[in-house]
Ligand binder design. Structure first.
Ligand code: 6PG
Length: 246
């Protein structure tokens, strides 16, 4: 069970992105104050672009050299591909801030062998977090989105990665896209200090109602995000929250 689970609804998308940026900076400052660094896994897709641009433009005094950026999932494409989450983050954030290159951990998704790319990324996590044996990393913050089918990261309904309980990062066959994706597994996501779902827009309203108020069997991937010893925060705009009963 998450330590705390809360849902915040902001009136507009602009209010939402501002609120999420504030929460990102708050979490970062708290972690840096407590342990001298902030480890965060970014989400991909289109929604977070505005968040990353806001982080780049609205916090000039924010110091990035204690921030360590990872990717919760990545498409199986080179970093220059229009589908690449890394490219999206580079264009919206990395190209606009001064962050040491060694603080950014990119998934080597250009590797034609998706499983090898996943293993390589897992090795990067193990090295950075100095993991021993079956330990999992504890990210200070993991940002997530929700897809129209209830997927999160690249954990799609009925996909093999849903049952992974020992590996940190896997190559997951995304049948609907007919391609592999590289993704964190639930043990990593559910070990985070805070998981923040950023969901915006009317096109997410139906799925959000299912995820937050429905009882799907089996549970939708987004419903299986339950940080065991961390906070679960849903940050929505009115449009995305329109179908919620409470
Ligand atoms: C990805 C994301 C994915 C995303 C959802 C929502 O690589 O696409 O990690 O999980 O968060 O699909 O995507 P949108 O924000 O584009 O709706």
């Amino acid at each position: 069970m998450a330590s705390t689970r809360s849902i915040e609804v902001l009136a507009t998308a602009a209010d939402l992105f501002h609120a999420v940026a504030e929460e990102f900076v708050r979490a970062a400052r708290t972690a840096i104050g407590a342990q001298g660094r902030f480890t965060v896994a970014l989400s991909g897709g289109s929604t977070p672009k505005s968040l990353y641009s806001l982080l780049a433009s609205s916090y000039p005094s924010f110091v990035w050299n204690r921030v360590f950026l990872f990717f919760g999932d990545e498409r199986h494409v080179p970093p220059t591909d229009s589908e690449s989450n890394y490219r999206m983050v580079k264009e919206s954030l990395l190209s606009k801030i001064s962050i040491p290159s060694e603080n950014v951990f990119r998934v080597p998704a250009e590797n034609p062998d998706a499983a090898a790319a996943a293993s390589d990324y897992e090795a990067q996590l193990r090295r950075f977090f100095e993991l021993k044996g079956a330990e999992f990393p504890r990210f200070d913050l993991i940002l997530l989105g929700v897809g129209p089918d209830g997927h999160t990261a690249s954990l799609f309904p009925d996909s093999a990665a849903l049952d992974e309980s020992s590996r940190l990062v896997v190559a997951n066959w995304a049948a609907k896209y007919n391609t592999y994706r590289i993704t964190f597994t639930f043990p990593v996501i559910n070990r985070a200090g805070e998981v923040l779902f950023l969901v915006s827009g009317a096109d997410k309203a139906d799925m959000l109602q299912q995820v937050l108020e429905g009882k799907s069997t089996p549970a939708l991937p987004a419903q299986r995000v339950e940080p065991a010893n961390g906070n679960l925060l849903w940050m929505l705009d009115e449009a995305a929250a329109a179908k919620l009963k409470r």
